[in-house]
Design a protein around this ligand. Structure first.
Ligand code: WTA
Length: 669
């Protein structure tokens, strides 16, 4: 494994990966283990013996205005409270304390624009801009507790806006830039946002897409929304409505440059982030202040073995290549790294623009030492070929991370071999929007890894696999993944939907067992292998979507009578969306209808949610009570033998569907 990766190409690489597939476990390289922050396996037992003491020690790494009086209030599960009595401020912990300690000149972000422009932002600069932004928000009338919507791409202002909200105690509600304006409107409506911060236009592989004007088209009737603050990123002309719309640059220039961080209760809401669940209505995951920051900073430090608060040549350059609009971006682009005083890379663009080697060019340029990305991106790189990374000096890398979906062993090994030259441990991190921080992952200086397994729960985290029918823990085998003890960064509720919070997570196995929503296998060594969702959530390129959400978008098309959506296994994107659609009356679907439906989904949700395939059908397989049997649709789409169809109202439906699929397969060759 020591040979030069530059020499590895094509068939030779395939042969080497095939031989690596025989290896079951990969120990942490001795060199890595020796220098690791955590390298004593005893840490797990130590944390398990007294989890509250473990988490209190992690919380002790933060700066508190007032220390807590109780670590965990578990009087009323599942409504847990952490670090009660304590006050702190997230923006203070992410900025002020580093500047006060003399690290103001340290680079927080090497920002790189899609067109190649660069901007290094130091902690001192970031603090100055955050203070101005916080003052400006206050000038607009934003008060503690008011919700601020943020709809910005990967530009420094998104970080400034989030931290400014945190500074004054205004929970933010960030919407991923790939969501459509309508999806933004819905999320603003559910959260009753008072202010929305969009960009004028966003970079999209060499072109600029208008954003503010699209927002205007749908936002008019929203009562709660008082102000729209437009960031002038691309100079895209946009309509500004008198009295409502202001420019970000203008209000910051006019604002008081001093805005002290507000001491906030440990349980003060930090943000709401909408994610997909079983129904069409997205769930507003609510995270609070003290526990969340404790969880993300500790996991960021230990899972990524982060070095170098003191600077110097050994200090890490960390790059999380996710989008800030998803939870991975919240926790591991913004809050975890900044709280730890890390130097990060922030890349505005796509992985394949201006060319398919841009990521590796960036790694070389900034001497990135820790890279954290999604398996879907790795699989895309495999497809593009090893010649792209091989062109660059990747010797700065020392640790690789994976997140968002199960990583297949082949992608794991390619990552290990081609990107990491066989010397970088890989941390496959399992977690969710709900968990706030990484829950199951190797500790890179301790844990032997197995390609495809996220290994074991982190110290202070307790996971089990339960038997679906008996609810008993499974020692070896497959079942439902649960977390059996509260953890500091857990969601506190679903915003304005307390019953749904209990029903979704704490009904099935009681109020003290958190139902994850994933199936998992536990092997003989106690390693966990996450298999996939048990609800109607699909994961397309690491983007979490609900089938019901897509169905409700499809039926908004005037020609559609009914639709059922499933996730089909896909080599590249993990899962792809397949829609079974029944049209109104005698209508016949053609290429225009397909385009029209895809366009409707893009408008309602976003382009990333468009179905890969649309299959016309006169009827859907339903039970006698009218429930759509998605399981049968999945079997059909994956070409599996059909299970029991006798409970169907009209078993003939299946024959017709199978014929259609056969035709489609033939057409696609
Ligand atoms: C899946 C993303 C296997 C899982 C951080 C989970 C994973 C859902 C992994 C959460 C992993 C995430 N291995 N599956 N390492 N990480 N998942 O809320 O199904 O966007 O429930 O959070 O992604 O997606 P979410």
């Amino acid at each position: 494994m020591a040979e030069d990766p530059q020499s590895v190409t094509g068939a030779q690489l395939d042969a080497e990966l095939a031989s690596l597939l025989q290896i079951e476990t990969f120990d942490p390289p001795a060199e890595f283990r020796e220098q690791a922050l955590l390298n004593d396996p005893g840490i797990y037992e130590q944390a398990a013996a007294d989890p509250q003491a473990w988490w209190a020690a992690q919380a002790g790494e933060l700066d508190w205005f007032q220390r807590w009086t109780r670590v965990l209030d578990d009087d009323d599960p599942p409504f847990y409270k952490w670090f009660t009595g304590g006050t702190l401020n997230v923006s203070y912990n992410c900025l002020d304390r580093h500047v006060i300690a003399g690290r103001g000149e340290r680079v927080a972000f090497h920002w790189r624009g899609e067109g190649g422009s660069e901007r290094d932002i130091t902690y001192a600069e970031l603090l100055a801009e955050v203070e101005r932004c916080a003052s400006a928000l206050k000038d607009l009338g934003v008060r503690k507790g008011d919700v601020v919507g943020i709809y910005l791409p990967m530009i420094p202002e998104v970080v400034v806006a989030m931290l400014a909200c945190a500074r004054i105690g205004a929970p933010h509600n960030v919407v991923f830039g790939g969501f459509s304006a309508e999806a933004v409107r819905e999320r603003m409506e559910f959260s009753e946002a008072k202010v929305l911060i969009p960009v004028d236009g966003a970079a999209r592989k060499g072109r600029t897409a208008p954003v503010k004007d699209r927002v205007d088209e749908v936002m008019d009737d929203l009562e709660s929304l008082e102000k729209i603050v437009v960031v002038q990123s691309k100079g895209t002309p946009c309509q500004m409505r008198e009295g409502r719309d202001v420019y970000y640059e203008q209000i910051l220039a006019d604002a008081d440059p001093v805005c002290p961080a507000e001491p906030l209760d440990a349980e003060h809401p930090l943000y709401i982030l909408y994610t997909s669940g079983s129904t069409a209505k997205p769930k507003g995951i609510l995270h609070t202040t003290g526990g969340y920051l404790t969880g993300v900073s500790a996991t960021h430090r230990y899972v990524f073995d982060l070095k170098g608060e003191e600077g110097g040549s050994s200090s890490d350059v960390y790059w999380c290549a996710a989008d800030v609009g998803w939870v991975t971006g919240h926790s591991y682009i913004v809050y975890g790294p900044l709280c730890n005083g890390a130097t990060s890379v922030m890349w505005e663009g796509a992985p394949d623009y201006p060319h398919q080697g841009i990521w590796w060019e960036i790694v070389e340029r900034y001497r990135v030492s820790i890279l954290y990305c999604a398996p879907t991106a790795i699989r895309a790189c495999i497809k593009w070929g090893a010649q792209w990374p091989n062109k660059h000096d990747l010797s700065s890398l020392r640790l690789l991370g994976s997140v968002g979906e199960p990583i297949n062993p082949k992608a794991w090994l390619w990552y290990h071999k081609v990107i990491g030259s066989g010397r970088c441990p890989i941390v496959d991190t399992w977690w969710q929007t709900e968990t706030g921080a990484i829950m199951i992952s190797p500790l890179p200086g301790i844990t032997a890894t197995k390609p495809g397994s996220a290994t074991r729960p982190l110290p202070g985290v307790f996971a089990e696999v339960l038997d679906e029918s008996s609810g008993e823990p499974i020692r070896e085998g497959q079942g439902l993944l649960v977390l059996t003890q509260p953890w500091p960064s857990m969601l506190r509720t679903l915003y304005k939907e307390e019953e749904r919070f209990i029903d979704t997570y704490f009904r099935r196995f009681g109020r003290e067992t958190y139902l994850v929503g994933d199936a998992a296998r536990r092997d003989a060594d106690g390693y966990l292998w996450v298999i996939g969702r048990i609800d109607d959530v699909v994961n397309v390129s690491g983007h979490r979507l609900s089938t019901a959400e897509v169905e409700s978008a499809i039926v908004a098309h005037p020609d559609v009578a009914e639709a059922a959506v499933i996730g089909q296994h896909d080599e590249d994107t993990g899962q792809a969306i397949v829609a079974f659609v029944t049209l109104q009356g005698e209508l016949e679907g053609d290429a225009d209808t397909v385009e029209g439906i895809r366009e409707t989904v893009a408008e309602r949700i976003g382009k990333f949610a468009r179905p890969r395939r649309i299959i016309w059908t006169d009827d859907l397989p339903k039970t006698r009570s009218g429930k759509i049997m998605r399981r049968l649709l999945r079997d059909i789409a994956e070409g599996r033998a059909l299970g029991d169809v006798t409970t169907l109202r009209d078993p003939a439906v299946m024959g017709q569907l199978q014929e259609r699929i056969g035709e489609l397969r033939a057409e696609e060759g």
